[in-house]
Design a protein around this ligand. Structure first.
Ligand code: SF4
Ligand code: SF4
Length: 381
């Protein structure tokens, strides 16, 4: 990823307080303060990488944020498009036709954004470019073509929980989110779940959500997974209300985080890039799930940085500092400080080892774990 110039990266932050300026405008001003306008966009194809949100989930970012960024890019003579790659699992984003339909349903379309929406890895998720990276887990990465061929990457990330990695932020959106079907399969293959039989009530919910027909009910109406077919997408873990499918952490957790970091390095290799995290609606699960639970913390604010590792590191720390929402999934952990100072993502997924994953991202040259948080008041942000 190039030689490190410093061990500490600047991360700009502003909260959601406002008077007079809309939140999308506030985010735009913060991004500009963090250097967005310093990027040469002239005649460049600019991928604004988002997550459109699985229909049914209402925690995904509103299109207004992407539209604001697209407008800045156009002002600076760039050619923006808003993009995401197809999902690995069953749902409304598994191919480009359904994915575009879902994006439109959630407010992402050319009329609302002022630029095109492109499904980055084509009709069935096989349109990728191979990027050679020669790292610990992968020698080559399969990156969705429209992302691989873009000149500039802007990641616009909803910061929230994730069933396998603890949280999903910039690296998750860039790395996992830009993998084609083959790429996502490569990353997920360490996370094949096991069934805790005593928890399974035989409801069949997981069976109907598995896109690979890898999970069935046995003669005792207990779920069983065919490991030869399972791709480790984690969908059965997300949909089961009884904690029966459980991630096998022998190889998962940190290994998945490291693989995502390597894919992020492949996506950003040789490109100008910029990152925005929005810490709002911090549901325990990610936007790939067709519902969202009560946020575990109150809405915190916007962050912007040139460094994808530092922005995730700062975002996770801000969530750690925040109080726990009383009626959320973490309510039992509320102490005399209201949960302030507790690592919420490790409470949600103790085995995710997200700090080690960020350290690995730093080791491979993707950015710095250490950051300087530059707080902007809303008047000046
Ligand atoms: S594993 Fe969970 S979702 Fe699947 S049948 Fe058992 S209880 Fe239902
Ligand atoms: S069994 Fe679970 S993890 Fe495996 S492919 Fe099916 S839904 Fe995904």
């Amino acid at each position: 990823m190039g030689k490190k110039i410093t061990d500490v990266s600047d991360v700009y932050f502003t909260d959601f307080r406002t008077a007079g300026v809309g939140l999308a405008g506030k985010m735009e001003r913060l991004a500009c303060a963090a250097g967005l306008r310093g990027i040469d966009f002239q005649d460049k194809l600019v991928a604004i990488k988002v997550h459109f949100g699985e229909p049914g989930n209402l925690a995904f970012l509103r299109h207004n944020y992407a539209a604001s960024i697209a407008r800045v890019v156009k002002e600076l003579k760039g050619l923006p498009f808003v993009t995401d790659a197809n999902a690995l699992y069953k749902g409304e984003r598994a191919d480009a036709v359904r994915h575009l339909r879902a994006a439109t349903e959630n407010g992402y379309h050319e009329a609302s954004l002022g630029c095109p929406v492109i499904i980055a890895d084509g009709l069935r998720g096989h349109d990728h470019r191979i990027i050679h990276i020669e790292m610990k887990h992968f020698k080559k990465a399969y990156i969705a073509a429209a992302v691989a061929e873009a000149d500039v990457i802007i990641s616009l990330n909803h910061f929230k929980g994730h069933v396998e990695t603890g949280f999903g932020g910039a690296l998750k959106n860039i790395g996992m989110g830009s993998g084609s079907r083959d790429g996502k399969y490569q990353m997920h293959s360490v996370a094949v779940p096991k069934i805790k039989r005593e928890n399974c009530v035989g409801c069949g919910q997981c069976v109907s959500h598995c896109a690979y027909e890898a999970i069935t009910l046995d003669s005792s109406r207990k779920a069983q997974i065919n490991k030869k077919i399972c791709v480790g997408c984690g969908q059965c873990v997300a949909v089961c209300n009884f904690d029966a499918p459980q991630i096998s952490w022998d190889h998962g957790g940190q290994a998945l985080g490291e693989r995502i970091a390597e894919y992020s390095a492949a996506v950003l290799k040789g490109k100008e890039h910029f990152h925005i995290n929005v810490i709002t609606d911090v549901s325990p699960l990610c936007d790939c799930v067709g519902y969202n639970d009560i946020p575990i913390v109150p809405g915190i604010g916007f962050l912007a940085s040139r460094d994808p590792v530092a922005i995730d590191s700062a975002s996770a720390d801000l969530v750690t500092e925040a109080p726990i929402n009383p009626s959320s999934a973490l309510h039992k952990h509320i102490d005399e400080s209201g949960g302030m100072g507790l690592d919420k993502f490790s409470l949600l997924v103790p085995e995710a080892r997200w700090r080690e994953s960020l350290a690995y991202a730093e080791d491979i040259g993707l950015g710095n774990v250490k950051y300087k948080l530059i707080r902007k008041k809303y008047e000046e942000a």
